[in-house]
Design a protein around this ligand. Structure first.
Ligand code: 0O2
Length: 220
C-alpha cells in the first residue's frame, strides 16, 4: 500500500519538475510566463473506492492502478487559451512521457459547460529495484475556466449532486460568458503583441528622408 501511494507521489514530483522547467525556460527565453499557477493532488482512498465502485472495477491494487487513471492529478492554470495548447504540445514532445488519451473539453465542452484540456499520460518512476510507468492526469485550463469549475464543483456538492434545473441553466450560461471572456482576452493579448513587435522594430529603424516621406504619405 505504501509503495502504491509512493509511486503516485514520485510521479507528481517528476511532472511538477518538468512543468517548472518549462515555466522557467519560457520566462527566460521569451520574457513571458504562460503559467499562472500549478496544483497537484493525490486522490483520497475514499474517492478511489467510490470511483472503483461506480465503474465496477475489482478492488485489487492491480485493477485500480490500471483503470483509475486520475489518482495522481496535476492542474495547470494559464492566462490564455493559446497558452493551453502551447503547454500541451511542449509536454507531449517529451520523449519519456507516454500520452495515453487527450480529452479536449475546450473544443468540445461537456454538456454542463465544463471546459478544460485533459491529458492522460504515463510517466516513468525509477524505484530502487524497478521502473514503474505511472498514470497521471493533467488538466490545463484558463483562470476563467478554473473559476467556473471550482464554483460548479462546490454547487454540485452543496446540492448533493441534485442541482436544480434553473441553477444548471445559469451555470451553463456562466460557462459561455467565461468562454467569451477568454476569447476577448486572447484578442486583446494578440493586439498588444502586435503593437509591442512594431515598437521594437521601430526602435531599430533608421529614418531616411525617403522613408519619412513614405510614412507622411501613408498617413494622408
Ligand atoms: P476530483 O475531485 O477532481 O478528483 P474517466 O476518469 O475517464 O474514467 P471521468 O472521471 O469522467 O472519467 O474523466 P474526466 O472527464 O477526464 O474528468 C475527470 C476530472 O475532470 C474530474 O475528477 C474533475 O476534476 C474534472 N471534471 C470533469 N468534469 C467536470 C465537471 O463537469 N465539473 C467540474 N467542476 N469538474 C469536472 P473527479 O474525480 O470527478 O474529481
Amino acid at each position: 500500500m505504501t509503495r502504491f501511494g509512493m509511486a503516485y507521489k514520485f510521479a507528481l514530483e517528476a511532472i511538477t519538475t518538468k512543468v517548472n522547467i518549462l515555466k522557467e525556460e519560457f520566462r527566460l527565453a521569451h520574457e513571458y510566463n504562460p503559467i499562472e499557477h500549478v496544483n497537484t493532488r493525490i486522490k483520497t482512498v475514499e474517492s478511489i473506492l467510490k470511483k472503483a465502485e461506480k465503474k465496477k472495477i475489482p478492488l485489487t491494487l492491480e485493477a485500480i492502478k490500471e483503470n483509475i487513471r486520475d489518482i495522481a492529478g496535476i492542474r495547470i492554470i494559464c492566462s490564455f487559451v493559446s497558452d493551453i495548447y502551447r503547454i500541451s504540445e511542449m509536454i507531449q514532445k517529451q520523449s519519456d512521457i507516454q500520452v495515453i488519451e487527450i480529452k479536449d473539453y475546450i473544443k468540445k465542452p461537456k454538456p454542463n459547460g465544463y471546459q478544460s484540456l485533459h491529458i492522460v499520460m504515463k510517466i516513468p518512476v525509477y524505484m530502487s529495484d524497478h521502473k514503474e510507468n505511472v498514470f497521471v492526469e493533467m488538466q490545463i485550463r484558463t483562470i476563467a475556466m478554473d473559476f467556473w469549475a471550482s464554483l460548479e464543483h462546490k454547487i454540485y456538492y452543496k446540492y448533493n449532486r441534485q442541482v436544480p434545473e434553473r441553477i444548471k441553466a445559469e451555470l451553463k450560461e456562466a460557462a459561455l460568458t467565461a468562454r467569451e471572456l477568454d476569447q476577448k482576452m486572447e484578442r486583446i493579448n494578440q493586439e498588444v503583441s502586435i503593437i509591442k513587435n512594431q515598437e521594437s522594430q521601430l526602435e531599430h529603424f533608421v529614418y531616411t528622408p525617403e522613408t519619412i516621406v513614405k510614412l507622411l504619405n501613408s498617413k494622408k
